[in-house]
Ligand binder design. Structure first.
Ligand code: R5P
Length: 290
């Protein structure tokens, strides 16, 4: 077996190789002046099962193409089975056709990866489990929520209330509550499919004088967390934290969230950032050997 850490997940890929005690294959890569990607394997994968570790956070399209190119290079160089570890799976939020005439992006990506030679895929907290049902090869999504909740537990936040900012994320709050044991709930969020604007309805939870932690799969612009934090504040929560598997933190998302009264944002190294305080390497390595 060989691990190829992709350009977007060098550190995570190296950690996974170390935890699996497997040799890594280095990659030469560059971007041409016109923006095209180039990759070249610097070691042999002949007759090896290969694990490519490459997240697909922004710039998503470049990282997806790099992933496809690495898979193609591995296939051409005699790899036996190719497994992609894609902690943040781009385009997973377009999991159905919402408006007539749209592309089903998640399915398009899945087919592209299959054509490139990928035979299975492991991801973290995919936006909706049903996205993976459309993939033409075996897939698995593992959850980093217990690890994130563990971070807060170690920080002394046991019995914090776990909040999911929309109904689809209720499982995240439920999983966190198994660790924190402070109760959980969810908000109702609607998104205008034309403008992208979200509306989060206020609900009542018993968070007065309590610590509350908002758990989401992705933090992108921060709008969802800001809306949820405002509601928790109005309800009298004393301390509010935000946790997510994939801290994309686009633009001034972090500032907006902190300005809304959130004490700390905690994410995983699914998307490397300065809030990636929890590593998914042990979790992914465990899945890769089982
Ligand atoms: C959407 O339903 C996701 O679970 C996240 O809540 C969403 O992608 C977060 O986006 P933003 O940070 O832009 O509100």
């Amino acid at each position: 077996m060989r691990v190829i850490p992709g350009p977007a997940s060098m550190h995570l890929g190296e950690n996974i190789a170390r935890l699996l005690n497997v040799e890594k294959v280095s990659l030469a890569f560059k971007t041409f002046a016109d923006g095209e990607s180039y990759v070249r394997l610097e070691g042999s994968v002949q007759d090896q099962d290969v694990i490519i570790v490459q997240t697909t956070s922004p710039p998503q399209d470049t990282r997806l193409i790099q992933l496809a190119l690495i898979a193609d290079a591995a296939k051409r160089n005699g790899a036996r089975k190719i497994q992609a570890v894609v902690p943040y799976l781009a385009y997973a939020r377009q999991d159905r056709v919402f408006l007539e005439g749209e592309a089903l992006s998640s399915e398009t990506i899945a087919n592209m990866l299959k054509t490139a030679g990928i035979g299975s895929l492991l991801t973290v907290n995919v936006h909706q489990q049903k996205v993976l049902n459309r993939f033409p090869f075996p897939t698995c999504s593992v959850s980093a929520v217990a690890l994130l909740a563990g971070y807060f537990s170690q920080k002394g936040c046991d019995e914090a209330f776990a909040l999911a900012p929309d109904k689809g994320a209720i499982y995240l709050a439920e999983e966190a509550d198994k660790v924190l044991k402070g109760g959980f709930g969810y908000l109702d969020k609607n998104r205008d499919r034309y403008t992208g604007q979200i509306n989060v309805e206020k609900k009542s939870f018993n968070v007065k004088q309590k610590t509350a932690i908002i758990f989401d799969d992705v933090i992108s612009t921060g709008g969802t967390i800001v809306a949820a934090a405002r509601i928790l504040k109005e309800l009298g929560a004393t301390k509010i934290y935000a946790a997510c598997a994939h801290p994309l933190l686009i633009g001034d998302a972090e500032k907006r969230i902190l300005d809304a009264g959130v004490e700390e944002i905690v994410g995983t190294d699914s998307v490397p950032s300065h809030v990636s305080k929890v590593s998914v390497a042990p979790l992914l390595s465990k899945m890769l050997v089982s």
